[in-house]
Write a protein that binds this ligand. Structure first.
Ligand code: ZN
Ligand code: ZN
Length: 422
């Protein structure tokens, strides 16, 4: 593959090199002070402070801890750049010198470890850097820049909360909504695709009702443990038997709970499951199949009551606008060189990013930025061990700082500049 020289850099990006040490310390600060979903007070305050210093009009506390910065710079399109800010209830095991040792109280009152194992600390830093660069180079572009730092992506609440709190009414409507996520992939690369980019996700809780009895007298029971076990096995058949090879879906049972003692048959069992799909039709079929199987297994067991199926959360399908994707890929190729811009399959992860474009009725594009040391990635690929690299949400997820930091800032600026003319 040819190693074509990069086109002459955008003047907006010229100061990036000298800015990197400051961005690195911001990243480490956010990384070692992670906050749970809807608790992003400190992170939001850092974002707001950065935006104010760069000359943005700043609104804080939107949808809880959300922050919106507006920079009006003459006639021209409005571009929204989005970063999410929340961390996860995971004990960090990266061994990094700036690893998190933070704990916090979650909604149920439990003390939990907290860490940025999805990389939203990187997203905050990227957007802080890109906002500053664009603000400092106002003669180089025209339009309105909207920098949105959203809370609670991990719980699918943040985008909705900001929209419910008046985001669409209080701020100029963007011509495009842009966002990015750090992922496993060679650092220095960006990857995306037109159409579905992240999956729809549906989490369900299923209560199966039986009849408890002494463990020695199963004939007196309707055993919810057996009912749950049969249900779990049968649910595995949905993806393998009901979804076509060219379609894709994931059904994962993440929790299966019943009983407390070896000689007591309990009254009920609980299943919690998660579904990922890339197409509305497939989604509807998979959800209907779950309901059908759950009810049939309960009936087959002679359950005294129909199972109770509750929706725990839902992330919409995140679909990249075709025209906007084309424009973005052209800008990325011109800046990064074609060999650093990859087309990827849709990711089975989910995102509430799609809500901004959908609710505002405006195109949106979401892409991935590699965070894996390129040598580590290449070696894992050679040895067919890519699946062993720590992925987002793993306690060992640790993006390499360089060039991940730089690439993410560059990608945001290049993307914004594709819409905002000189
Ligand atoms: Zn995540
Ligand atoms: Zn994430």
């Amino acid at each position: 593959m040819s190693n074509a020289p990069l086109p002459s850099p955008d003047p907006v990006l010229a100061p990036l090199d000298s800015m990197l040490p400051d961005l690195e310390s911001l990243y480490k600060d956010v990384h070692s002070h992670p906050e749970l979903s809807m608790q992003e007070k400190r992170t939001g305050a850092l974002a707001a402070e950065r935006l104010r210093a760069a000359g943005f009009d700043v609104t804080t506390g939107l949808g809880g801890t959300g922050v919106v910065g507006v920079l009006r710079n003459g006639e021209g399109p409005t571009v929204m750049l989005r970063a999410d800010m929340d961390a996860l209830p995971v004990q960090e095991a990266t061994g990094l010198p700036y690893a998190s040792t933070v704990t916090a109280t979650d909604r149920t009152g439990h003390t939990v470890p907290v860490s940025h194992m999805c990389g939203h600390d990187m997203h905050v830093t990227w957007l802080a850097g890109a906002s500053r660069l664009l603000a400092d180079a106002r003669p180089a572009w025209r339009g309105t820049l909207l920098a949105v730092f959203q809370p609670a992506e991990e719980t699918a609440e943040g985008a909705k909360a900001m929209i419910a709190d008046g985001l669409l009414e209080r701020f100029p409507k963007p011509d495009v909504v842009l966002g990015q996520h750090v992922m496993v992939g060679p650092a220095g690369m960006v990857a995306g695709r037109p159409g579905a980019i992240t999956s729809a996700a549906d989490s369900l809780q299923i209560r199966l009702f039986g009849r408890g009895a002494h463990g020695s007298m199963p004939q007196a029971s309707i055993d919810p443990v057996v009912m749950a076990a049969a249900t779990v096995m049968r649910l595995q058949g949905i993806v393998s038997r009901e979804v076509a090879a060219a379609e894709a879906a994931v059904v994962t049972i993440g929790a299966l709970q019943a009983g407390t003692k070896e000689n007591v048959i309990p009254d009920e069992a609980l299943i919690k499951l998660n579904v990922r799909t890339f197409d509305e039709g497939v989604r509807a079929r998979v959800l209907a199949a779950i309901e059908r199987i759950v009810n049939a297994e309960a009936e087959g067991s002679g359950a005294p009551r129909k199972p109770e199926i509750t929706v725990l959360d839902h992330y919409p399908l995140n679909r990249n606008d075709l025209e906007a994707s084309e424009k973005l890929v052209a800008a990325f190729r011109a800046y990064f060189g074609a060999e650093r811009v990859r087309e990827t399959g849709p990711a089975p992860t989910s995102e509430d990013f799609g809500s901004f474009g959908t609710d505002w009725h405006t195109p949106s594009v979401f892409w991935f930025v590699g965070g894996t040391d390129p040598r580590v990635y290449a070696q894992a690929k050679r040895e067919n061990r890519l699946q062993e690299l720590p992925v987002n949400h793993s306690p060992k997820f640790a993006p390499v700082l360089h060039p991940t930091l730089r690439t993410g800032v560059e990608a945001l600026v290049v993307a914004a500049r594709a819409w905002m003319p000189a």
